[in-house]
Design a binder for this molecule. Structure first.
Ligand code: CP
Ligand code: NVA
Length: 301
């Protein structure tokens, strides 16, 4: 494993190795066991979109691993004035030991990996959000002990989160159902990938049908970053694509709920369901730190 660009690139074995290491690092942190595996290493964090969790968990995680993280706002880099990503990659490779990038196009992340000579970590693109999904899988295993016989249901936009969750969940052995409106389905590459999983994957436009007997329910905002101008159109398209009491009644009685955050209460999830599952959702947010530390150790040690 040289980079973390998208879930499609990871084997099941690599996912389990990351999750096991993440559990170990979480244990070490909670028990005050030092783990400076990246002493003397530097990670650049390039952000072309806003972030709370990703930025803070990468900066803190790198510090806990004994290394240093540099926040690089795209507005202040020459990349924001048109310097090609190919040149940026070759320059930064001479100063840093790794780069995390949050941007719009997946191609930009893939180009950084192609032209640079250091590990690249995708901190979210319009296509995928692998760091979030590794934390989600870690949280599911923590609450349910194993992935065996679990059904994950995603309700909402077939966006970066849906694309990555579908792949991650199938690769660790869960079955997956997704409910999304016409016109907001997951990426064609993902719909091609699911074909090898037969009836372990299903897609519908009916949230109640998708939620039936689910062990894990997940949703995400109706308008992702960069799509804000479509917000009114999307509010109409996604009406009814909400995790609420009616949807929860279809799921298993002990079903858990996850949300990558930020959440819009009364849009994709009701405040009631959100608060009833807040312990799972905020453990998920915490697990960003542990899962990403595992990724950094795997790539940069
Ligand atoms: N879930 C997530 O990636 O959060 P941020 O946008 O705050 O980083
Ligand atoms: N789908 C959301 C996820 C935010 C963490 C977005 O891209 O804005």
């Amino acid at each position: 494993m040289k980079h973390l660009l998208k879930m499609l690139d990871l084997s099941s074995e690599e996912i389990f190795e990351i999750l096991n290491l993440a559990d170990q690092l979480k244990y070490e942190l909670k028990h005050n066991i030092p783990h400076p595996y990246l002493k003397g290493k530097a990670l650049g964090l390039i952000f072309q979109k806003a972030s709370t969790r990703t930025r803070v968990s990468f900066e803190t995680g790198m510090y806990q691993l004994g290394g240093h993280a540099l926040f690089l706002s795209a507005d202040d880099l020459q990349i924001g004035r048109g310097e090609p990503v190919q040149d940026t990659a070759r320059v930064l490779s001479r100063y840093l030991d790794g780069i995390m990038i949050r941007t719009f196009e997946q191609k930009e992340v893939e180009d950084l990996a192609e032209y640079g000579s250091i590990p690249i970590i995708n901190g979210l693109t319009d296509f995928s959000h692998p760091c979030q999904v590794l934390a989600d899988l870690m949280t599911i295993r923590e609450f349910k002990n194993s992935f065996d016989d679990l059904k994950m249901c995603f309700i909402g936009d077939g966006n970066n989160m849906a694309n990555s969750l579908i792949v991650g969940a199938l690769k660790v052995g869960m079955s997956v159902s997704i409910a999304c409106p016409d016109g907001y389905r997951p990426d064609a590459q993902i719909l091609e990938f699911v074909k090898e999983y037969g009836d372990k994957f299903s897609m519908t436009d009916k949230p109640l049908e998708a939620a039936k007997d689910a062990d894990v329910l997940i949703t995400d905002v109706w308008s992702s970053m960069g799509m804000e101008e479509e917000i009114e159109k999307r509010k109409i398209a996604f009406k009814g694509y909400q995790i609420n009491d009616e949807v929860m009644a279809q799921a298993k009685p002990d079903a858990m709920v996850l949300h990558c955050l930020p959440a819009h209460r009364e849009e994709e999830i009701t405040a009631r369901v959100f608060e009833a599952h807040a312990n799972e959702i905020f453990e998920e947010a915490e697990n960003r730190l542990h899962a990403q530390k595992a990724v950094m150790v795997k790539l940069m040690k």
